[in-house]
Ligand binder design. Structure first.
Ligand code: EPU
Length: 349
């Protein structure tokens, strides 16, 4: 087992924040994890599981042993009456995997095209976009419990998916056993529907449909639309460092929503099935005048206020401290104006 020492992490986090890992192990198989757990020097050491680094803010060098997941492989593993089951290694790039499924003639993931990150990270925050969430297409996953060394296979119910949430984001002990900082996801399986239907109805997609006059889009057409929409409003992490949406869209009660509408009738809100309302955090931040504002080299993206960006690069780029100071100032300002505390999305280390 090779533990690389003092490893630069700038290229391993999509904010491109400069920091180092004291120790890093590349995990290409289950055996690599078991070797770490069997090693007397590392077995009990705190560990941090790193995927594509696309949902991460580094505020300094990383002391826990970094387990960089690089498990590869994509294949069809079976089928049910309703779905084809496809499996991918946790280290596969998410977008490349989505494109690969379409190339195999297996639609279902197209609305989630171009989300940065790896397949293994996708269940952790139950990624979603344009009307489809990971949980809608999830079948099961294999993970290693870093405490016991046991292999776990979890179905959707066991993953306890919520909006940008899962069991992998919560700690705790039985009966509310969380797997935060405990599970290393090795492989994820997806159930792709045999009777595929396009998921439309999301404002940006409807606009594309109206513009093109395409009544019956194929999955490839939706994939292309989603890529165009995302490229137009979200920064490409290869060019401008960022971690996607920095805050979650808050869910509020009907009373809270009425209070916020009274403060500004233009607030973007959507009624949920349970009678509560989801608010567009990007709109709230924008309404407080944050678009284009900066703290040091950390900034609010000009075209989408929900996304914080690194305006510089390398040693001249944003620090994690600058990003978090900006995030804190945004939270305070939204709270003062709308009486609402925005929750951050990325993991802060
Ligand atoms: N808006 C503004 N100003 C802004 C940003 C947004 O007025 O600066 C308004 C938009 O005009 C729109 C509304 O806010 O009316 C919602 O914006 P948008 O459709 O761009 O989506 P979002 O709610 O900001 C969410 C997800 C994205 C996902 C898109 C599309 C969250 C936290 N974010 O963004 O996910 O791609 O919907 O489904 O749920 C991510 O999680 O990293 C992510 C990018």
């Amino acid at each position: 087992m090779l533990v690389e020492k003092n490893v630069p992490l700038q290229a391993l986090n999509t904010f491109h924040i400069v920091a180092r890992a004291h120790g890093l192990v590349r995990v290409r198989s289950e055996a690599d994890v078991l070797a770490v757990l069997a090693d007397p020097d590392w077995a009990a050491a705190p560990k941090f599981v790193l995927g594509g680094g696309s949902n991460l803010v580094l505020t300094g060098d990383v002391k826990p042993l970094v387990l960089k997941v690089e498990v590869q492989g994509r294949r069809v593993v079976g089928e049910t009456a309703k779905a084809v089951i496809v499996e991918a290694g946790a280290g596969e790039d998410w977008h490349d995997f989505v494109a690969w499924t379409l190339a195999q003639g297996l639609p279902g993931l197209e609305n989630m095209a171009l989300i940065p990150g790896t397949v293994g990270a996708s269940p952790v925050q139950n990624i979603g976009a344009y009307g489809v969430e990971l949980q809608d297409r999830f079948e099961s996953l294999d993970a290693i419990d870093l405490v016991t060394g046991k292999l776990l296979t979890l179905n959707a119910a066991q993953c306890a998916f919520g909006y940008r949430d899962s069991i992998f984001k919560h700690g705790g002990t039985a009966p509310t056993l969380g797997l935060k900082e405990r599970a290393l996801i090795l492989r994820v399986r997806f159930a792709l529907p045999k009777a595929w239907k396009p998921v439309l109805g999301y404002a940006d997609l409807d606009k594309k449909q109206a513009q093109t006059g395409c009544d019956h889009p194929t999955a490839q057409q939706i994939f292309d639309w989603v890529c165009e929409i995302r490229r137009a409003k979200l920064p490409d992490p290869a060019v401008i460092g960022n971690a996607g949406s920095f805050f979650k869209n808050p869910t509020v009660t009907a009373e809270q929503c009425a209070d916020i509408i009274a403060r500004d009738p233009k607030v973007v809100h959507y009624r949920l099935d349970d009678g509560r309302f989801k608010l567009a955090a990007g709109w709230l931040i924008d309404a407080c005048g944050w678009r284009g504002k900066t703290v040091g080299q950390a900034g609010v993206y000009e075209k989408q206020a929900l996304v914080l960006v690194n305006l510089g690069s390398g040693a001249g780029g944003a620090t994690g401290g600058e990003v978090m100071t900006l995030a804190g100032a945004i939270q305070t300002s939204v709270y003062e104006r709308f009486g609402l505390r925005l929750e951050t999305e990325p993991v802060v280390l």
